[in-house]
Each structure stands twice: as structure tokens, then as C-alpha cells.
Design a protein around this ligand. Structure first.
Ligand code: HEM
Length: 188
């Protein structure tokens, strides 16, 4: 079986876990920060969300660079062409989301009227994009970035269902090695 390299497998699962946590935290914290009972916890969750999201940005850049030198193994010959196209389109849509979600989050915090610093897991200050912070249209940029962030969050949930659904179909219906090559300890 030709499978993904160990580095690609580790990056895939680290990013997958982080994105699921980010989506859950993200959808929860928006309302929670406005509720006096959950505000203090939501503030902490916001800090974790920002740190984890920026980590996803770095890991995704590493992953894309790694992929340049280590292409994904070919999909099974038996797969119809449209399914291969759909699989590739989903994968690349994911990469776009994995870059634009954290970048839009970075823009949100850089242009936020609250002007809070972004501490990476409390260890060091992640710089804001000062050109945006000082821009005359910072508030408009902030609103637009929030829209993008929210829209892509729903896009990510949709893609996640398609992606997991496809992986399970390969494993349980087509009974090929598509899931196992990204999950090498899975016995068929
Ligand atoms: C892959 C990475 C990320 C994912 C999947 C993600 C996901 C989400 C989700 C689901 C929401 C709630 C959307 C809504 O209903 O309005 C959210 C909100 C938010 N995220 Fe992220 N996020 C990511 C990265 C980041 C980063 C890197 C930052 C900042 C450095 C960030 C800052 C924020 C902020 C400030 C909000 C609240 C926006 C608002 O008040 O409307 N996010 N995120």
C-alpha cells in the first residue's frame, strides 16, 4: 500500500483535532462572551482559540511546504473520475480554509476596537498587523474579516462532513485503503 509520509499523517491529525476544537470553541464563545455568567471562561477560551488558530496557520504552511516535496499517493484506479475530482477539490478547499480562517482571525484581532494583545498560549505576544491596526478603515476591515471568518466556519463544517463521509465510504463500502493510508494503524 502506498501511503502518506509519517510527517503528513502527523500534521493531518494534529490539524484535524485542532480545527474541530476551534470550531466548537468558536461557535460557543461568540454568545458566551456576552453572557455575564460565562464571560470569564469565554475570555480564556478566546485566548486559547487565538493561540490554537495561529498554530494551525503555522502547521498548515509547514504542511503545504512538506507536500511540495512529498506528493499525496494516487487515488485507487477503480475510483470514478468525478469522485477523484471531488476528492481533490475538497482537499484544496480545505487548504484554502486552513489558511484563510486563521488569517481572517488575525485580521479581526489586529483591527479590533478592543485592541487586546494576542498572547500565544501565554508565552509570547503574537504581533498584530499594525498596518491594519492603524488603517483609517480598521473598523470596516474588522467587520469584513468577521464575515469571512464566520462564512468559512460554516464552509469548514460542510467540508468536514463531506470529507469524513467520503473517508468512511472508502473504508466500509468500497473497502479500499484510502482511509488506512492516512491512518496507518488501522487494520483492514
Ligand atoms: C483554522 C483556524 C480557525 C478556525 C476553524 C476558527 C473557527 C472559528 C469559529 C467557528 C468562530 C465562530 C464564528 C461565528 O459564528 O461568528 C470563530 C470566531 C472567532 N475567531 Fe476563529 N477560527 C480559527 C482561527 C482563528 C485565529 C487564528 C484567530 C485570531 C488570532 C481567531 C479569532 C477569532 C475571533 C476574534 C472570533 C470572534 C469573531 C466575532 O466576534 O465575530 N480565529 N472562529
Amino acid at each position: 500500500m502506498s501511503r502518506y509520509s509519517t510527517v503528513a499523517v502527523i500534521l493531518h491529525w494534529l490539524i484535524a483535532l485542532a480545527v474541530i476544537a476551534l470550531l466548537i470553541a468558536g461557535f460557543w464563545m461568540g454568545d458566551a462572551i456576552r453572557n455575564p455568567e460565562t464571560q470569564a471562561l469565554a475570555f480564556e477560551v478566546f485566548q486559547l482559540h487565538k493561540s490554537l488558530g495561529l498554530t494551525v496557520l503555522v502547521l498548515t504552511v509547514v504542511r503545504l511546504l512538506w507536500r511540495l516535496g512529498h506528493p499525496a499517493p494516487a487515488l485507487p484506479d477503480a475510483m470514478p473520475g468525478w469522485q477523484k475530482t471531488a476528492a481533490h477539490a475538497t482537499a484544496w478547499a480545505f487548504y484554502v480554509i486552513l489558511l484563510v480562517m486563521p488569517l481572517s482571525g488575525w485580521v479581526i484581532v489586529s483591527t479590533s476596537p478592543f485592541g487586546l494583545p494576542t498572547m500565544w498560549f501565554g508565552l509570547f505576544e503574537w504581533p498584530h498587523i499594525t498596518q491594519l491596526t492603524n488603517a483609517a478603515s480598521a473598523l470596516q476591515i474588522n467587520g469584513a474579516a468577521e464575515e469571512v471568518h464566520e462564512l468559512l466556519a460554516f464552509g469548514a463544517v460542510g467540508l468536514l462532513f463531506l470529507h469524513v463521509g467520503g473517508a468512511l465510504k472508502h473504508h466500509f463500502i468500497d473497502r479500499d485503503d484510502v482511509l488506512a493510508r492516512m491512518l496507518p494503524w488501522l487494520s483492514r
